[in-house]
Design a protein around this ligand. Structure first.
Ligand SMILES: Cc1cc2nc3c(=O)[nH]c(=O)nc-3n(C[C@H](O)[C@H](O)[C@H](O)COP(=O)(O)OP(=O)(O)OC[C@H]3O[C@@H](n4cnc5c(N)ncnc54)[C@H](O)[C@@H]3O)c2cc1C
Ligand SMILES: *[C@@H]1O[C@H](CO)[C@@H](O)[C@H](O)[C@H]1NC(C)=O
Ligand SMILES: *[C@@H]1O[C@H](CO)[C@@H](O)[C@H](O)[C@H]1NC(C)=O
Ligand SMILES: *[C@@H]1O[C@H](CO)[C@@H](O)[C@H](O)[C@H]1NC(C)=O
Ligand SMILES: *[C@@H]1O[C@H](CO)[C@@H](O)[C@H](O)[C@H]1NC(C)=O
Ligand SMILES: *[C@@H]1O[C@H](CO)[C@@H](O)[C@H](O)[C@H]1NC(C)=O
Ligand SMILES: *[C@@H]1O[C@H](CO)[C@@H](O)[C@H](O)[C@H]1NC(C)=O
Ligand SMILES: *[C@@H]1O[C@H](CO)[C@@H](O)[C@H](O)[C@H]1NC(C)=O
Ligand SMILES: *[C@@H]1O[C@H](CO)[C@@H](O)[C@H](O)[C@H]1NC(C)=O
Ligand SMILES: *[C@@H]1O[C@H](CO)[C@@H](O)[C@H](O)[C@H]1NC(C)=O
Ligand SMILES: *[C@@H]1O[C@H](CO)[C@@H](O)[C@H](O)[C@H]1NC(C)=O
Length: 585
């Protein structure tokens, strides 16, 4: 494939680049001149930002020893990157451009960082940016936090629509044919902790990511697993309506009754693909106390065999725990297991201790494995801050890891846990870290079309695989664990090649072992190996064809392109970072 295509691109040469077959890069003929950028800046009321990567303080001529040391120290904290219009939290996609750990004498270059960003304050700013990019054949990127695992919020020569400051949150009662309850309308920049805090102040809870700084919009478009998913479903299940700027620069509403195809695709069909979400109206729920817990144990206080038995017991018990109303987040290596937190909505720490975790702690006692446990009864905000905080930064490091993943079906935990455990044991013995988010991921909100009676309740409704109120990969509904495989990322510049070798192992060795015990399964488009080969099948499954036709309808020219998004294989990024069509005659 590569040879034929690159020959065509090379032969097409510069002539092809001047056409719409490739997006322009700075320096190309046709790249907007200073006056054109100034005119855009005027249209957006001075909110156009020319990128200055935050790593510039570590490079001549703007080197500043103190600022550089502080940046290096804070590099793995999300907060370090959030105020920047260009920074990304997956170092592979920054590709060592203006890297704070490379030599001071190496010039700070943009590389894969966006060239410009519009620091948007309204849907009108988004429209202006979309129109400017399409008119001038410039690559467009939608960027909120820069958390993306696939570098989907960055790109060479791109104009970014930077949504971070669209952070309004309003609560109101909502009533229509599908839902009567409380709701909030949020700007596209709202992050998890902001929604959790605001909902708490309003006596409500909202479904957000476990990481406090993950943006709700990107989370929702991918699917969105939450510490409240067992009670309320995925993030994508919460949306009542979107305001969206489409590829032609129009602002439209997408809901079950307006532009319902776009609504369906935006809700789980992958981020950054169908349009730019300006706001979302999502369900909220009356607050209740949360039963919580954390448990930690170490192989240092038992034998390796017994430690593995404890890990196997946890996995065997996860379906029962989710049936009892729990969400369980855990990490494991071959020497440490940490469950933090267990979350049960409208419950108590005592219930978690004596009912949810009792079979597991009894098993640990039987194995003679000592463990540390904590049980709590807290508001959701306090629970979130205790186990997933401190807010706002959270306890997860960024720029520190590489990822692969697989959705683990409930049936595998029930009927083939032994095979799963031998894979997990082998993976951890090779240094892979496991990070699991276990819940009952069935929708609690959708109208079922599989039964004769139509139910729209907040209790679990059993959805068959093809229920399609939104574009969430159907395999999610049979999933008990979203299991991530993690290897460390070393920021030392000389470790680059070793990190690429780790990527190859993730793709070629680690993920396939999990695939072998989860036939017919899938993977989470927001938390996966970005090199996954069978991405259409694994991220979008039976929905791919329908998503592709919605993409073709709303974005026929491919204005919105993200790595491994629906329709993305009609384009490719070359060695210079240039985005070019691959499907032209
Ligand atoms: C530390 C960490 C913890 C995480 N925890 C969870 C978790 O608990 N649950 C979970 O489900 N996922 C989690 N994720 C994955 C997360 O869902 C994705 O990284 C997601 O892409 C983050 O969205 P963002 O807007 O914050 O990031 P960005 O990198 O800013 O954007 C991500 C993608 O969303 C698109 N996008 C963002 N805003 C818009 C918009 N307004 N319109 C159109 N497209 C848009 C971007 O184009 C890009 O493709 C986690 C990730 C990290 C790094
Ligand atoms: C846009 O205008 C503002 C206000 O005049 C200015 O501060 C900013 O530097 C301009 N942006 C660019 C990229 O020139
Ligand atoms: C972006 O806009 C916000 C206000 O909406 C402002 O506080 C912030 O400083 C701006 N950031 C940049 C980099 O221009
Ligand atoms: C919400 O309330 C309205 C008015 O009472 C009613 O018509 C509608 O069917 C209700 N929706 C649901 C999902 O119950
Ligand atoms: C909590 O559970 C009780 C019954 O156990 C129920 O009456 C109440 O409505 C629930 N509260 C919420 C907010 O779901
Ligand atoms: C889960 O609960 C069911 C019903 O109570 C029980 O039969 C089963 O043994 C439990 N599973 C495990 C692994 O203990
Ligand atoms: C957990 O429950 C057991 C009884 O099942 C009890 O002995 C123990 O003290 C409880 N732990 C905490 C921390 O409450
Ligand atoms: C699900 O839908 C797809 C595409 O519409 C169809 O090919 C498949 O047979 C359906 N599967 C089931 C179980 O109905
Ligand atoms: C265990 O993992 C290693 C490293 O990925 C792999 O080479 C090996 O084949 C695996 N062993 C088994 C039994 O799958
Ligand atoms: C369990 O998984 C293995 C593959 O690792 C497979 O060969 C076997 O058939 C599976 N067993 C069941 C009961 O699904
Ligand atoms: C990183 O930059 C090199 C050139 O320095 C280029 O060949 C490569 O494709 C880039 N990789 C990414 C992921 O952008």
């Amino acid at each position: 494939m590569k040879t034929a295509l690159s020959a065509a691109v090379v032969l097409g040469g510069l002539a092809a680049r001047a056409t719409a077959q490739c997006r322009l890069l700075p320096g190309d003929a046709g790249w907007p001149d200073a006056a054109a950028w100034a005119a855009l800046n005027e249209t957006v009321n001075g909110r156009l930002v020319a990128s200055v990567p935050i790593g510039h303080v570590c490079h001549d001529p703007t080197y500043d020893a103190d600022a550089c040391a502080a940046l290096q120290k804070g590099w793995t904290r999300p907060m370090t990157h959030l105020g920047s219009s260009s920074s990304v939290m997956q170092p592979f996609f920054a590709n060592q451009s203006c890297d704070p750990f490379t030599e001071q004498s190496k010039p700070c270059q943009l590389g894969n960082y966006v060239s410009y960003a519009v620091n948007v304050s309204s849907a009108g700013d988004i429209q202006a940016a979309v129109r400017f990019a399409t008119k001038n054949n410039i690559r467009l990127v939608v960027r909120n936090t820069g958390h993306d695992y696939f570098g989907r919020s960055t790109g060479a020569g791109a104009l970014a629509i930077w949504t971070h400051y669209l952070d309004s949150i309003d609560f109101f009662p909502f009533s229509d044919a599908s839902y009567n309850g409380t709701a909030m309308k949020i700007g596209a920049g709202v992050m998890g902790y902001q929604a959790v805090q605001a909902a708490d102040a309003a006596g409500l809870v909202a479904v957000t990511g476990e990481c406090p700084t993950v943006g709700l919009a990107g989370f929702t478009m991918g699917a969105g697993h939450s510490a409240l998913s067992t009670s309320f479903g995925l993030g994508a299940d919460q949306v009542l309506a979107y305001e969206v700027v489409t590829a032609d620069g129009q602002l439209v509403t997408a809901s079950p009754t307006h532009n319902s195809d776009l609504y369906w695709a935006l809700s789980g069909g992958g981020p950054g693909t169908y349009g730019v979400v300006a706001s979302m109206t999502v369900r909220t729920y009356p607050a209740a106390m949360i039963g919580g817990a954390s448990i930690a144990l170490s192989a240092a206080y038992t034998t390796p065999e017994k430690f593995q038995q404890a890990l196997a017991a946890l996995h065997a018990l996860l379906p029962n725990m989710t049936d009892l109303g729990a969400d369980i987040i855990y990490t494991a290596t071959n020497s440490v297991l940490q469950i933090s937190p267990v979350t049960v909505f409208n419950s108590t720490g005592e219930y978690v201790n004596t009912t949810v975790l009792a079979p597991f702690t009894a098993r640990l006692a039987a194995l003679g494995i000592p463990f540390r446990a904590q049980y709590t009864t807290l508001s959701y905000l306090d629970h979130y801050a205790t186990y997933l905080g401190p807010l706002p930064n959270g306890n997860l490091a960024v720029s520190s890891y590489q990822f692969g993943s697989r959705l683990i079906p409930r049936s595998v935990l029930l009927y083939n846990n032994t095979a799963l455990q031998s894979v997990l044991q082998n993976l951890t013995s090779h240094g892979v870290i496991l990070a699991g988010s276990a819940a009952d991921y069935r929708s609690k909100t959708m109208t079922t079309t599989t039964t004769t009676t139509t139910t729209t309740t907040t209790t679990a409704t059993l959805l068959k695989k093809n229920d399609s109120a939104n574009a969430v990969l159907p395999q999610w509904r049979d999933t008990t664990v979203q299991l991530q495989l993690i290897t460390r990322w070393n920021n030392t510049p000389s470790a680059w090649d070793a990190m690429l070798a780790e990527q190859r192992r993730m793709t070629e060795e680690y993920v396939p072992q999990l695939e072998s015990v989860t036939p017919g399964g899938g993977a989470y488009v927001n938390e996966a190996d970005f090199r996954l080969q069978e991405w259409k099948r694994d991220f979008f499954g039976v929905n791919y064809g329908r998503l592709m036709s919605i993409k073709a309808k709303w974005d026929p020219e491919g204005v919105f392109w993200v790595l491994k998004g629906v329709g993305s294989d009609r384009w490719a990024v070359d060695g210079e970072g240039r985005l070019c069509r691959t499907d032209q005659d």
